[in-house]
Design a protein around this ligand. Structure first.
Ligand code: GTP
Length: 435
């Protein structure tokens, strides 16, 4: 050591020590009751502790200790000093004004040519800011993992660098399974190219993109997520990462879907209700007009239904409606529709059927209802009118014609099917029109 530094002026060494960025303190090696005494402290040490060199000289460094100083670390330090070995540690110390700081320091024994320890030199650093930053990082990591929202961070190329526990809960994919992949592994195929184009256009402008994504979880199920993707930029404005935070809406979306589905049907009979039935009818009409394929409808009205109510009560009437509606639905093909058009009146839609095909279908419905035997009401019958959409006819005109046919069935003795009379429309309009 002496040989190595012999070419350096000791005065330069002293200035270097004084101006060192790290705090340096030199103590003697007395291990009596009072312990080591400070014989030198540089400027950085005074800055760190708030004590002037004059206030420090002759004092034991324990003047920096306080309630939060770790006694185990100090015991280990004393043991190292007793054994003349190197010490390194970290604890809480206190400045002159009482403010605590976290110090990381090492102590080396200084030996004379005879090998005896004459001093201890200690180099110290206030790492309070580092500790605070570490704590903040730990806190953020903790917060990220306790939130139910999914968090996904990719690099600028869209490669996943981090996902939190919330992401794992929502998608079923763990961190190690997605690292190195892109978020496209969640793609469900439910969005068109324009959706992703819009997303990238927004992100490339440095803006946050918000949207509801239909993703696919690890178990292949569709998941619905309200997602916010934000590009992170560096000082130069270059994107470094994309942060995506998403909330799982799956339960709500499925409930809404189920609710909407339930709302389409009449609660008593299970047939389509009037509102959704009108939409189905309109759609079938537009398709028929557009495709020039035939379309027929039937109107089926229960015969003498008032008598059933009057004789057996309203709940018996309800049970009859329920049973005969089930029978109509079962009698028809999957793409036909049964609509509860009025109280005891049903409208049947036979898409793609001309009158020749619709008449036997209507007859099948009538017969299936007649075959039922109701507990109190016994046998119940239907009067049915059937008609095929004519060129240029509006939906309202078709319904009116078929309704008239149904009344003809009533007047002809009920429990029968009557085809609607074909009348030439005054002018071909080709539009749906009101019901
Ligand atoms: N139980 C029950 N009765 C209903 C419901 N909706 C309508 N009705 C009843 O159905 C009956 C229909 O009677 P009408 O229009 O006179 O017809 P009808 O007795 O079937 O006689 P025709 O159609 O001429 O054969 C009325 O008494 C209504 O109160 C319902 O949801 N439940």
């Amino acid at each position: 050591m002496k040989t190595l530094l012999s070419h350096i002026d000791p005065a330069v060494l002293a200035v270097a020590l004084e101006q060192s960025f790290n705090a340096v303190v030199l103590t003697d090696a007395s291990l009596d009751k009072e312990g080591c005494r400070i014989v030198y402290a540089n400027e950085a040490f005074s800055r760190m502790t708030g004590y002037s060199e004059q206030e420090l000289l002759g004092r034991n460094p324990r003047l920096l200790q306080g309630p939060a100083t770790n006694p185990d670390v100090m015991e280990w330090l004393r043991e190292c000093l007793r054994q003349g070995s190197y010490f390194q540690g970290s604890t809480i110390n206190y400045r002159k004004d009482g403010r605590p700081y976290t110090v990381e320091w090492n102590i080396s024994p200084v030996r004379n040519p005879a090998g005896e320890i004459t001093h201890f030199i200690s180099v110290q650093q206030d790492i309070s800011n580092l500790m605070a930053a570490q704590k903040t990082t730990q806190l953020f990591a903790h917060v990220l993992n306790v939130t139910d929202d999914g968090v996904l961070i990719t690099n600028r190329h869209g490669v996943i660098e981090f996902v939190n526990k919330g992401f794992e809960k929502i998608t079923g994919y763990g961190l190690t399974e997605v690292l190195g992949h892109t978020p496209s592994l969640l793609k469900s195929g439910e969005h068109d190219a324009a959706f992703y184009q819009n997303m990238w256009d927004t992100l490339k402008q440095g803006k946050t993109f918000r949207g509801t994504f239909t993703n696919r979880a690890k178990n292949n199920a569709l998941i619905y997520c309200d997602e916010t993707i934000t590009p992170l930029t560096d000082e130069a404005g270059e994107v470094t990462h994309y942060v995506s935070i998403f909330r799982d809406l799956t339960t709500r979306v499925l409930e809404e879907q189920m609710f909407r589905e339930t709302m389409r049907f009449d609660a008593l009979t299970g047939a389509l209700n009037r509102a959704s039935g009108e939409m189905v009818l309109e759609k079938a009409y537009m398709q028929a007009v557009g495709s020039k394929l035939p379309m027929s409808i039937a109107i089926a009205d229960v015969d003498y239904f008032k008598q059933i109510n009057d004789t057996w009560g309203h709940s018996c009437g309800d049970a009859v409606l329920k049973a005969l509606s089930r029978s109509l639905i079962a009698a028809l093909r999957a793409n036909d529709s049964v609509i509860r058009w009025g109280g005891e009146e049903f409208l049947l839609v036979f898409s793609g059927c001309d009158l020749g095909q619709a008449l036997p279908l209507a007859e099948r419905c009538r017969a299936s209802v007649q075959r039922l035997t109701h507990e109190q009401a016994g046998q119940v019958t239907l009067s049915v009118g059937v008609g095929e959409l004519q060129p240029g006819e509006t939906l309202a005109q078709l319904i009116e014609r078929v309704d008239k046919a149904m009344y003809r069935a009533k007047h002809a003795g009920r429990n029968q099917v009557q085809p609607a009379a074909v009348v030439m429309p005054p002018a071909a309009s080709g539009t749906g029109g009101a019901f």
